[in-house]
Structures are given as C-alpha cells and as structure tokens.
Design a binder for this molecule. Structure first.
Ligand code: SAM
Length: 498
C-alpha cells in the first residue's frame, strides 16, 4: 500500500482552544502536513497539583515513570506535526519529594532528546518574587527553567528582534568596536515578575466560580520567546494551555494559535480573564519594544560614528614611536554600488594622515606599514570601509580647502566628543597659526578633523539607568521615550553612513 498524501491543516483548528488530552492529539491531525512553527508549554510538574480531578490529567496520582512516559508521548505527538524549522520552549521546575530533589527539567529533557528534539539553550527565569516559606535543604525557590529545543539545526532564530540596549556601562563609549550596533544579546537569566494570584482570576473577575490560577506565564516572557522563535503569521502551539497566556500574546503579535487542555474551566478563563488581561497590559509591552527600537537606532548611529572616529585613533596608538604625525582628516562619504561591502559595513571613510616630513621614500614605507596593520584585526572588525593615505604636511592646506564645511575637530585623546565646530578652511588655518594643534596634541596622538559629528549629549541617554529590565511596565517609559525622541531628532546622520 502506498502512503496517503498528506493534507494541509484544516482552517477549523486555527485560533482554537480545544479541550483534549495531549497524549492523544495525534488523532486530530492524522495525515496532516507538519504545521507547528513554535511550541511553548508547561506540563504539570508531576503530581504537585491536582488540576480539577480530571482522570485524563498527566501527573496527579501517577508514578514518576508513568508520568514521564505520558509527557514523552505528548511531546512525540507535537514533534510529528512540527515543521522542520520549529522550536519547543519548555518551562518547568524541579520539585522536592520524599526528602529529595526531583530533577524534572533534566528528566524531561532526556525524554525530549530521545524523541529527536535538539537541546539548544537553558535559560533561568527569575520570577523576582517567591513564596515566603522554604523547607529543610532548600532555599526559597525564586527561579524556573526555560529549556529551548529545536526540531532540526535549521530552526528560526530572530535574535535581532529581542536584542536590548540596557545596562550599558559607561566604558562602551571607549570601545564601540566591541558592541553590536544592533544591541546586546540578552543574558540567559530573564527577570520577569510572575503574575500575582489576585490579578489572575479572582472571584470578582471570574463570575461566581472559584478559580485558582495554574502558574500562568508572564505575558512579557511569552512575547520574548514568540518574537525570538517565530514570525508573524506562524502557528504557535500549547499542549498544556492552562490559562492560555501564550495564546493571548500570540494573537497580539499576529501569530495564529492552537491549544489543548483537558480542563474546560481554563478555556473559559482564557476567554473571560486572560484575553482582557493581556489586552490591558499590551500597551506597556509594546512600549517596551518601541523604546528598545529607538534606543537601538540611537546606538547604531553612535556606534558607526564612534568606530569611524576611533579607527585612526587606534592606529595612532599602535604607531606611538612616530613623532611626525601632524593631523588626520577623516571624511565619511556615501557608499556606492561599486564598493565591496559586507553585512558588517557601517561606514565608508577616507582618511588622510599628514606627516612632518617631505621624504617620499619614508612616506611610502609608512603608508605600506599602516595599510598592513589596517588589513588585520582589530581594524577589520570596525565595519569601516577605509581608504588610508599618507601625505606630507605641506600639502595639508590644499586638502583642507577642498573639504566641505562644517568640520568637527577632535583632540587626539577624545574621539567621542568633538572639541570645536569649524565653519571654514580659513577659520582652521587661523587656529593652526595660533598653534592650537600642538596644544591639542596630547600623548603623541594627533588631532582629527572630520565631517562626522558626535557629542557626548548624543549618547548619554544610552545607559538609560532608569530603564529597568525587570518587567516591562516601568513608570518612566513616557518620559524616557520623549527624551529619546528629542535626541534622535537632534542627531544629524551623516549621509556617509549606511
Ligand atoms: C502547569 S499548567 C500550564 C499553565 C499555563 N502555562 C498557563 O499559562 O496558565 C499545566 C496544565 O496542563 C493541563 N493538563 C494536565 N494533563 C493534561 C493532559 N493530559 N492533556 C492536556 N492538558 C493537560 C492542566 O489542566 C493544566 O492547565
């Protein structure tokens, strides 16, 4: 008998919270083309909780082996209907039973690997708050595990969508080549405040029925994993949906959802409590991403400028033995179709170094040496498409006169804050005559004249100290956004930058 051709998923399942046993969801999707893009789920933690006395429930009343067997079956089912680019995010915790620790995350991870899921990452979810009690041999438990698995090695991973600009230490300004202009990759400890019991289905907001929440996921956490591991239009799936926070967030992020739980009450909670609750916090979550996007814009502009200006500065530092360096002109210009650029190119800059000698042979050797240095790391990591030329200082006036003004003068020791705006070649000639150059020339590093303008006021917002990463709902958002807008509007992006 030949194999039956697989069918596309029926539209009837799209955006549905279904009541069904995750051990047997295979029966719903017989002969269906794999359709899941992302699974985010949290099975019962063995028999920690009795989810409303349903005899089909996994965990409660089972031996540990029976429990692991059923969990494995449910994850085999979702594996079979997942696309090859899919990932699975499992949120789970250890537990204490019979006086010893049960390493549920390890044991479930092993089952998942036996199925074929590939373990990619382990993240600690710091819930910030915890219950006030602990037991012998165990501290107050404040974290859970977020385990990320993929179906194959070619899974979706949209890191740029969740990069952050936060906790920027002051010294980043001195080392712009070390920072990705798109923002930082988040650390693997995620602080997301656990939703409090009161706000998730108390008597008042869920009719007459008493409802106890089943460890609802924080909407912020869901937003981060959905953005990281799926695209708009994708199908996200939860086989132990509970209050359905994942689904409500997926809806907001233009993803489709399909979910299963055995408990009818939770489906009702999802519709009556979770959807309105996620709606009510959504503005704050969007605001977080809006602020991050703007901070990243600011960061990208500043990193490009700082790298272009640090480039000659770093070179001078390497060439300290020369005391013939007089001044550098660093002028950025637009990248053209013929330029060889790659994904890391940020700017094209022409550098002209003027030296205190007329000896052509000496200049030629120096130029060769410099270009050799620039063809190696760290200079190859700056993202600067450079053209570096060396000239005798007696040609400086000619080059100065061909520049477009205003230009910005940087003293040799500070490439991240311009010292003076120069209106014309004449104004600069005048300054040289007043020997300002030698006054500026500190530590054997020569001054730089550039069409790139950067001032400390442009980037002092970036550390954004008041912007807290714990929870997105910070009270400073409005003011911070206004200030970022102000700075972004005041920055002129030189058209030499990509
Ligand atoms: C830890 S809770 C999930 C909480 C959920 N992540 C949320 O945000 O509310 C586990 C859920 O699994 C459900 N469950 C238990 N056994 C199941 C089974 N065999 N099939 C489907 N769901 C099941 C329970 O009803 C419970 O809602």
């Amino acid at each position: 008998m030949g194999k039956k051709k697989k069918q596309a998923l029926s539209r009837d399942y799209i955006n549905k919270y279904l009541i069904g046993n995750s051990k047997s969801i295979d029966k719903y999707f017989q002969n269906v083309e794999p359709f899941i893009d992302l699974i985010v789920t949290s099975p019962p933690y063995w028999n920690m909780k009795n989810y409303e006395n349903n005899k089909e429930q996994i965990g409660f009343g089972q031996t540990y082996d029976e429990y692991l067997h059923d969990v494995k079956q449910s994850f085999q089912n979702v594996f079979d209907i997942s696309k090859s680019t899919a990932s699975l995010v499992l949120i789970v915790d250890t537990l204490k039973k019979g006086g010893r620790m049960v390493r549920l995350p390890d044991d479930i991870a092993r089952q998942l690997e036996e199925i074929g899921w590939i373990h990619q990452d382990t993240i600690i979810w710091d819930k910030v708050k915890t219950l006030p009690w602990s037991r012998k041999g165990q501290m107050r438990n404040v974290f859970e595990y977020i385990l990320i698995f993929s179906k194959t090695k070619r899974y979706k991973y949209n890191m740029d969508s969740i990069r952050v600009v936060e906790d920027m230490k002051e010294w980043w300004i001195g080392y712009p080549e070390r920072y990705n202009p798109k923002g930082k990759v988040p650390e693997n400890i995620w602080e997301f405040l656990i939703p409090t019991q009161g706000s998730w289905g108390s008597k008042q907001n869920f009719g007459e029925k008493e409802f106890r929440h089943a460890c609802p996921f924080p909407p912020e956490l869901m937003a981060r994993v959905i953005k990281l591991l799926s695209d708009p239009g994708d199908i996200v799936f939860d086989s132990f949906a509970g209050t359905g926070v994942l689904l409500a967030v997926a809806r907001k992020l233009n993803r489709k959802f399909i979910a299963f739980d055995i408990n009818e009450t939770y489906k009702e909670v999802f519709e009556k409590v979770t959807i309105p609750l996620v709606d009510s916090v959504w503005d704050d979550i969007e605001r977080h991403y809006e602020i991050q996007e703007k901070l990243k814009q600011l960061m990208a502009i500043n990193i490009a400028k700082l790298r272009a200006l640090k480039y000659p500065y770093a070179l001078m530092k390497k060439q300290k033995e020369y005391d013939i360096f007089k001044i550098v002109i660093a002028n950025s210009e637009p990248i053209s179709g013929n330029d060889k650029i790659d994904a890391y190119t940020l700017a094209k800059v022409n550098y002209k170094l003027f030296v205190d000698t007329n000896d052509i042979a000496e200049i030629s050797i120096l130029s060769q040496k410099i270009n050799e240095i620039l063809s190696k790391a760290p200079f190859t990591k700056y993202g600067v498409l450079s053209n570096f030329e060396v000239y005798p200082y007696n040609e400086f006036s000619k080059h100065l006169n061909s520049l477009k003004f205003p230009q910005y003068l940087y003293s040799g020791s500070s490439f991240n804050n311009y010292f003076k705006e120069i209106e014309s070649a004449a104004e600069f000639e005048n300054m040289i005559n007043n020997s300002i150059l030698s006054e500026l020339k500190e530590k054997n590093v020569c001054p730089v004249l550039s069409n790139i303008k950067i001032h400390s006021a442009d980037y002092e917002l970036l550390p954004a100290e008041e912007y807290k990463k714990a929870g997105y709902r910070d009270v400073y958002s409005e003011g911070l956004l206004r200030r970022i807008d102000m700075v972004l509007n005041s920055i002129t992006v030189h058209d030499g930058f990509v």
